[in-house]
Design a protein around this ligand. Structure first.
Ligand code: ADP
Length: 550
């Protein structure tokens, strides 16, 4: 027997109209690429999105067509989030920090028909254009006064929407219709497209607003430091209109000072971003001697996208915020786990609860997790046994766009490529990416744990650990350090690490460098480092073989 309840589809246009109706005057503040600070509200966001929807249809954008963006976090990019998905087309957000060859590949693979770009990317668009196979319309996301220097034939966003009606009847269609397309950075092989649906996006947005999710609410003023081109900015553009949270968009300015000034001026209570962004933020605060605790109203900070060193989490506490990690990937919506301690953890000391918040977190409702060994057997969730993390749920991918790559198995379990432990309560600790783990004599050494320990040393600004070849142990850890000022003494640094990790984990050597390579989303580029140190000869081996270490 079927229930007798309405089957209203979960559509992204519903989020926008809900906010326009019930949170009409809540602000959306945006630092634009033209340089000014713009104030919108959910009412004006909805009006402008409807105008844009009319303009897109006039341009010939139809159901299922891909509209690509090369854009920062601004009001116009947000309007595209709602207008494109709202008419049943697919918003294809592209990471402008990738190499031009990768960008051409991605935009062609997606078959994008329109390319919307911020004026800061005019040169990039001119460079990409000869290689773009399907793009029919180029639109500069600006007003008539800033069209100088834009690639020939580009349309002007403001001119395009100005004559349109602000009334628009959003079409109603199947909630499983595709709404967004994001490509993973492709650390191995070609980037692969993850195709989100209206349904997955709305369920994910509802989860963000749960206390056990990100607790996003209309009490929040959210500083969105995650780019709109990075996995739907972790779903915040959709969660915010759902609950009526104020949105603060930093535009192209993600440096510490710009973020601080904006957070202060807009009374931001909540923010989220990758560790590199937070490092820049904290460096600015500490370097300028600011009293962030009294100047900011920041209550909660989510750190995700890659492992956050504990030292960084502590620094974030100093501004008066409660920092938490969250874990996920493009293929998981992205938010799958959030480090929200349980009620029973109130019994723990402050340090105990802090340690829990430094873990990847526990699954939010809807997300199922399990750990597997190499032979495909499920491992115990005992908090100590590491295995490959698999995930399934209503906002987990069922296969890549174009059918490439390896999707989930027949039961929906998707292999994440992350190595983790999991407690009985489901608290996950990511110990490594499967390809980054250091295999020493049949045992595994966690590069993340070693990096975390190294970054607690006062003279270490950033650290990375990679495995280098060893004839007896197969691989041994090499610690690559960006020193904070004067480099620490190698022996003293090893001694320091002994306080945190097993003796046999200690790196066999330490190399000091000026900077470490990062991916387009600000993660340590381990593959690049591994390549760089593939032939590295450890000092103890150099002595025996007579070869000098590099
Ligand atoms: P890409 O693979 O394109 O960088 P994602 O943004 O999807 O794209 O990255 C997902 C990966 O980021 C995860 O599989 C995991 O390795 C890493 N990651 C995300 N959050 C965390 C976290 N809190 N701790 C450790 N690693 C994380």
């Amino acid at each position: 027997m079927l229930g007798l309840m309405q089957e209203r589809p979960l559509l992204i246009s519903g989020l926008l109209e809900h906010a326009a109706r019930y949170h009409a005057n809540t602000e959306i503040v945006s630092k634009t690429c033209e340089g000014d600070l713009r104030r919108d509200s959910y009412r004006t966001l909805a009006e402008r999105s409807r105008k844009l929807a009319n303009a897109l249809i006039r341009m010939g954008v139809g159901h299922g067509d891909r509209v690509a963006t090369l854009a920062w976090n601004t009001h116009r990019h947000l309007e595209l989030y709602f207008a494109v998905a709202g008419i049943g087309a697919v918003l294809h957000t592209v990471n402008p920090r990738l190499f031009p060859e990768q960008l051409n590949y991605i935009i062609n693979h997606a078959g994008a028909k329109v390319l919307m770009y911020d004026i800061t990317f005019s040169t990039l668009v001119s460079e990409l254009r000869p290689g773009l196979e399907h793009v029919e319309n180029y639109v500069a996301m600006t007003d008539g006064g800033h069209m100088d220097g834009m690639p020939d034939g580009s349309l002007c966003y403001e001119d395009m929407i100005a004559p349109e009606q602000s009334a628009f009847e959003w079409p109603v269609f199947d909630e499983n219709t595709a709404s967004g397309l994001c490509y993973t950075s492709g650390t191995t092989g070609n980037p692969k497209g993850v195709l989100y649906s209206h349904r997955s996006t709305l369920l994910h947005a509802m989860m963000l607003c749960q206390v056990d999710g990100l607790a996003l609410s209309n009490h929040d003023s959210t500083l969105l430091c995650v780019p709109l081109f990075h996995v739907n900015a972790w779903g915040v553009p959709h969660g915010s209109p759902l609950c009526g949270a104020k949105l603060v968009l930093p535009g192209p300015h993600l440096d510490g000072k710009s973020l601080y000034d904006l957070a202060k001026a807009e009374g931001c209570t909540f923010s989220l971003g990758v560790p590199t962004v937070w490092m820049g933020f904290m460096d600015y605060i500490e370097g300028s001697g600011l009293d962030a605790r009294s100047e900011l109203k920041m209550e909660r900070v989510i750190v995700g996208g890659s492992a956050a060193p504990k030292s960084l989490m502590r620094r974030l506490e100093s501004i008066g915020a409660v920092p938490r990690q969250a874990w996920g990937m493009s293929e998981t919506g992205p938010v799958a786990t959030v480090a929200n301690p349980l009620f029973k953890h109130n019994e723990l000391s402050d340090d105990g609860r802090f340690d829990l918040r430094c873990m990847a977190g526990r699954p939010v409702f809807g997300v199922e997790l399990r750990l597997m060994d190499d032979e495909g057997r499920e491992l115990a969730a005992d908090g100590v046994t590491p295995g490959e993390l698999q995930v399934r749920g209503p906002w987990v991918t069922s296969g890549y766009f174009g059918g490439e790559g390896k999707g989930p198995d027949a039961d929906g379990w998707f292999s994440t490529g992350d190595i983790a432990t999991m407690s009985e309560d489901g608290f996950v600790r990511i110990t490594d990416r499967a390809k980054d783990v250091i295999k020493s004599g049949g045992e595994w050494i966690s590069s993340i744990d070693l990096e975390d320990a190294a970054m607690r040393h006062p003279k270490v600004a950033e650290a990375a650990v990679v495995g280098v070849p060893h004839p007896k142990w197969q691989e041994r850890p090499l610690l690559v350090v960006v020193p904070k000022g004067e480099a620490p003494d190698r022996a003293e640094l090893r001694q320091f690490l002994m306080g945190f990790v097993a003796k046999w984990w200690l790196p066999d050597d330490v190399v000091f460098v000026e900077s470490l390579p990062h991916t387009a989303t600000g993660k340590l580029q381990k593959m690049e480092l591994r390549k760089q140190y593939a032939q590295y000869v450890l000092p103890e081996l150099a002595e025996t073989s007579g070869r000098a270490a590099e």
